[in-house]
Design a protein around this ligand. Sequence first.
Ligand SMILES: [Zn+2]
Length: 489
Amino acid sequence: MVAVATDFETVIGLEVHCQLVTKSKMFCGCSADYSGAEPNTHVCPVCLGMPGVLPVINEQAIAFIVKTGLALNCEISPFSKFDRKNYPYPDLMKGYQISQYDLPVCHDGWLDIEVDGATRRIGITRVHMEEDTARLLHRTDPVTGEGYSLLDVNRSGTPLMEIVSEPDMRTPAEAREYLVRLRQILRYIGVSEANMEDGNFRCDANISLRPRGITAFGSKVEVKNMNSFRAVHDALVFEQKRQAAILDAGGSIPQQTRGWVDERGETVSQRSKESAHDYRYFPEPDLPSLRFAPEYVAEQRALLPELPDARRRRFASLGLSEAEAATLTESRDRADYFEDVSRALALDPQRSAKLAANWVLGEVGRWSNTTGKELAAFPVTAEALAGLIRMVEDGKVTSAVGKEVFEEMVASGRAAQEIVESGGMGQISGSDELRDVVRKVIAANDKAVDDYRAGKEAAVKFLTGQAMRETRGRANPQVIQDLLKQELG
Ligand SMILES: [Zn+2]
């Protein structure tokens, strides 16, 4: 008899920690921008956890978390407070972390994701504020081969926001899409660089399986140490298979924390999971509680930019395809640039949008792919690109030449008009000038000429192509075709 595998449903919830881009740390005046700095140079008695010092709340960090909550459709608690989370670990300078326990700043929100054409609403349980820990660097002595650890306190006390989702995701693909959308929103509202590879956007995943149709949750495993969206996806796929095999064999899943080992493509057991009371949370006595007046929340809401979903729908309403609108709104920079080009074209809105989209997704996208640079580094202004697009549209240059001019604009920073005038790249539409070209092409292509006379349409295209090559793409193709017909009678 063949054993039939149980039809399991996967339940996934994600916890994301993301560093906020404030100037100073969460509770002291040290600069929070320590990337590239010598170890232990961005430190003071507060973030070193010296006794007798007092923390002061970073107002900008609080504004950022409120904006995040609003962008994720959360309720903002009228009353919130900080708590101490106690645990001994070498990277925790004070022996406790200032975090939030029962009264987070934001709660009960949601984020819509789209997977395989279907929209799914993922609940956001809470968004709370805490401080980051220092960083341990584990090394091996090259002589003795013994391991040792170094401590860099630069990261200690930098503002960290934790975004906890409901266990609403059902596949690894949904989990990845949730992270993509979340990162997009955090970058749009400018609160975090949200870069997983750089460690300022970190994700822990909770995953459990249950037989389909059962509402009770299976016992969950927390997976850590994933450094990319791909790693999150792969770790969850691995866990799905591992847990299903154990359950199918009649075993049970112990509640534990597992680490993803990217090189081996598997998760390994790290420790059994602490429950909440092990942290001995209690209210932070050195900080005042937070009260959010409705006016303050309204002020923060007014500061939010148009969010990616709304912007995507608006772009699509201009006649762009869903795919074009989605790609244009992937980053706020790209969406802004597209809109600037479109506005500078000043044609009817749909026409402007279509032309701007073609160039931003086409030539500008190609520039981005070849150079590996973000749009922020693109050297051609929206007005200058619109100038080139207009020249192509008005027939002053052919679209083939337009692409050459584009390259030259990127390389030299000069305006399209100037490049075309100085480089003799303007479109040739004069019949006198082109008649010689056409005659030369006819004389050199007997076979195509015979085909043309025999009524083969493709021969016209071929001869036009030859004439375009003769003029290095500058000839007006319509004039060439008209002249061909005249010359060949
Ligand atoms: Zn400090």
